[in-house]
Design a protein around this ligand. Structure first.
Ligand SMILES: [Zn+2]
Length: 215
């Protein structure tokens, strides 16, 4: 396994070296060797002076940096700062704010916010990239304040109807013996729930229905 900085201080030192940044990313992105992001060929040559690879096939965008084809491609923010931000997002257990990224990666708060947003979207994509399949169980429930735990005045203010008002509908999708997904749905209406199923479940899976919307 390639080297991984173990502390914030180590990360700052490690990512301050541009060659470390390229190695760090290239090893993770192309564990079986660098390939051209345009044509997929492995006949590529690295130019250390320019820190670019060149594909041996003749096509446009023959030369490419490690940023090409990633969430960093169109951004002028340096690789060192991106990797620092990514390292922080994945290693700080209690979450990380754009202020902390701005301070430690030495970028403006606006840049930090932009990076954080892109990193989060990318991580979500990876998570939601695959769909559930096989026997899939669907259920929905409501979470929210329990009336009996509320102060009387609060209860009067908030509980204006019985049942589901003021609560959030959460839909759970479970793959038998596997992954689980939970999503907040705008309503319990059939269309809202079915939309989530289409998004998360492979067509043709056996849907085990527990809620009325699917009967
Ligand atoms: Zn190529």
């Amino acid at each position: 396994m390639p080297t991984e900085p173990k502390s914030l201080q180590e990360a700052i030192v490690y990512f301050s070296n541009p060659d470390n940044c390229i190695d760090y990313l290239a090893l993770r992105r192309w564990p079986n060797g660098v390939i051209c992001p345009t044509c997929g060929s492995d006949k590529v040559k690295f130019n250390p002076a320019r820190r670019l690879w060149q594909c041996s096939s003749h096509h446009s965008k023959r030369q490419f940096s490690v940023k090409v084809g990633t969430i960093m491609e169109d951004s002028p923010i340096g690789l060192d700062k991106w990797l620092m931000a990514m390292w922080m997002v994945t290693n700080c257990k209690n979450g990380v704010s754009s202020y902390e990224i701005a301070r430690d990666a030495k970028v403006t708060q606006k840049s930090a916010w932009f990076m954080l947003h892109r990193i989060r979207v990318a991580m979500q994509d990876e998570f939601f990239g695959s769909k559930l399949s096989g026997e899939v169980e669907v259920d929905e429930t409501f979470i929210g304040g329990k009336a009996r735990n509320m102060h009387l005045s609060e209860r009067k203010r908030r509980i204006t109807a019985t049942g589901t008002k003021d609560k959030t509908a959460v839909m759970g999708i479970l793959e038998r013996g596997g992954k689980v997904r939970a999503a907040v749905v705008p309503s319990r209406r059939k269309t809202a729930l079915q939309e989530q199923v289409r998004k998360h479940v492979t067509a043709g899976s056996a849907l085990l229905q527990r809620c009325p919307a699917f009967v």
